[in-house]
Design a protein around this ligand. Sequence first.
Ligand code: 4NP
Length: 156
Amino acid sequence: MTSVLFVCLGNICRSPTAHGIFEKELKTRGLTDITVDSAGTGDWHLGRAPDARATAAAKNRGIELAHLRARLVTPADFSEFDYILAMDDQNLRDLKDMAPAGYQGHLGLFLDFSRQQAYREVPDPYYGDGDGFETVLDLVEDAVDGLLTHIGANRA
Ligand code: 4NP
């Protein structure tokens, strides 16, 4: 089994989008030995479904987010997940502060697995206009593909 955790600030916009797209790709590709979850570093939205704007934008592309619920990253996540992938540099700094010494998994920026060169962080769409959610979807779709290629190659 390989396990992946996507992390952003609120766990209601970017990381649930990554979670939903990754989950759909696992199903489409028949990859039953990879698991996925998402979490946030901030606690404002715990237990809530993803932001309605994120859910609507994803649904337009055939991706379901409505079943997801926000939770915090916990120390136990470092025992459970092989890949912990941050949406931006601040998320990554917060995760590095939490990580136990000797964490054996991959802790890094999600867009390190992306093919595009224009962005190295997924921009936070929460306070922006609606276009931000389309940018998130574009970036996440690309990086999910790169991540699955990477995981497949590393296990081959
Ligand atoms: P996310 O977006 O980190 O992509 O889920 C945000 C959601 C909520 C807030 C900030 C970012 N907030 O400040 O409540």
